[in-house]
Design a protein around this ligand. Structure first.
Ligand code: SF4
Length: 413
């Protein structure tokens, strides 16, 4: 190997077995191996020198072999909190095989100390700092930490992700991204800590080029806009949607879209119409709680001063169905929370709900408050088998823990 050629093995770690991200039954129904493709890693792959060879192994869909390790000059890995166990395992395997390993992604960025066994850490958004890592690697460095300023990366410089590295038929949907960041301030949210409260958007041409690339690879069907909040910058979105509609028309609507958005989407009839016209069929909305006091306390004020039922109905009327997230375990919650949540789900006719237990994610306002109150448990033991939704409550709850868990069970039933 010379310093200017390199074989990079990208390993997408396994999600914990009980993570809600797996939705295995839906995959079985559709003949897919996993719901979502690893968009972060294929974006990083596009930042590497063109002549470097890249191989991607997704541990959720395929086996990682000794031959893969033997082939590689370097391993890149990392992901989200529910992938932490396997990310750490992967680092260990690299150390055993004597392969330099680079880690990045949201969990590494939030908790870098846990990943200190890796040779290199790329913290934050990779676009503007990968070049520093590449320079260090070419120089012969064997370790280093490269840190991007949080929430500041210019996403118009983000490269076209290497969709060609994916085995597209293994997934329920493929992700693309229009924006990063969210203007709101929910206390439990780490998005705003990692990606900022000023949403940054790609150019229309960038996103259309991504769709062109997917189309050229023969992909058809479900594309998920993985934005933190697609309507975070409504002005930019409204400028983008006419181009997207034009593209869909020209190609005879090869894609159907889903995304995440805040509930104030319901207040903008024109925007709803434009989304439906471009073939958005589903949106995930964080409702979190039917209890106004809880929404105020957790700083989710955009969900207050409105009828949740009317808001969801307006989105349904536009022809877009709503998946929603609910959380049990907030401090201000009352014993009536389970009944209120069930009633809210039934009244809003939401067909797919993700009900989770509150988890204080690293770096959030919630974690800082619980720490100051001496209520945060140390370590990440709660996430050994599940994730922040299925194995949450990593803190001393306000109500008796047994009551909170009973309410969680009632809503799930
Ligand atoms: S609306 Fe969603 S993304 Fe935005 S701050 Fe709240 S939880 Fe985070």
């Amino acid at each position: 190997m010379t310093t200017d050629s390199c074989k990079v093995l990208m390993i997408f770690p396994l999600f914990n077995a009980s993570s809600f991200w797996n939705y295995k039954e839906a995959c079985d129904l559709a003949g897919a191996r996993y719901p979502a493709a690893p968009l972060g890693l294929i974006t990083v792959a596009a930042l590497l020198p063109k002549h470097w060879e890249v191989k991607l192994v997704n541990r959720n869909t395929e086996l990682l072999t000794d031959e893969d390790f033997a082939w590689a000059d370097m391993v890149m890995t990392g992901g989200m909190l529910p992938q932490r166990n396997d990310s750490l395992r992967t680092i260990e395997m690299c150390r055993t095989s004597n392969k330099p390993v680079v880690v990045g992604g949201p969990d590494v960025t939030s908790s870098p100390d846990l990943y200190s066994a890796a040779n290199f850490q790329v913290l934050g958004e990779a676009e503007e700092i990968m070049i520093d890592f590449i320079t260090a690697w070419r120089r012969g460095d064997t370790q280093g930490v490269f840190k991007a300023p949080m929430g500041k990366t210019d996403v118009t410089k983000s490269p076209l992700p290497r969709f060609d590295l994916l085995k597209l038929d293994q997934y329920l949907h493929v992700g693309i991204q229009f924006s990063r960041g969210c203007p709101f301030s929910c206390e439990f949210c780490d998005i705003i800590e990692l990606y900022g409260r000023v949403p940054r958007t790609k150019t229309n041409a960038q996103v259309i080029a991504e769709l062109d690339a997917l189309y050229a690879l023969g992909y058809r069907g479900h594309v998920d806009f993985v934005d933190d909040n697609l309507i975070g910058n409504k002005k930019a979105l409204k400028k983008f949607l006419p181009d997207l509609k034009l593209w869909q028309n020209k190609k005879k609507f090869p894609f159907e879209f889903s995304t995440e958005a805040s509930i104030n989407l319901a207040d903008d009839t024109d925007l709803l119409r434009s989304l439906a016209e471009t073939n958005f069929f589903a949106v995930f909305i964080g409702i979190e709680s039917p209890d106004t006091d809880t929404l105020v306390m957790t700083q989710k004020k955009q969900n207050t001063r409105r009828s949740l039922q009317e808001s969801i109905t307006k989105i349904h009327e536009a022809g877009i169905f709503v998946n929603a997230g609910f959380i049990v375990g907030f401090d201000s919650e009352k014993s009536s929370v389970a009944a209120g949540m069930v009633e809210c789900i039934e009244d809003t006719s939401i067909p797919v709900c993700m009900v989770g237990l509150l988890y204080a994610l690293p770096t959030t306002q919630l974690t800082r408050r619980l720490l100051a109150e001496g209520r945060l448990f140390s370590g990440g033991e709660q996430t050994q088998s599940g994730d922040q939704c299925t194995a949450g409550l990593n803190f001393e709850t306000n109500r008796p823990r047994r009551d909170v868990l009973n309410d969680y069970r009632t809503v799930l039933a």
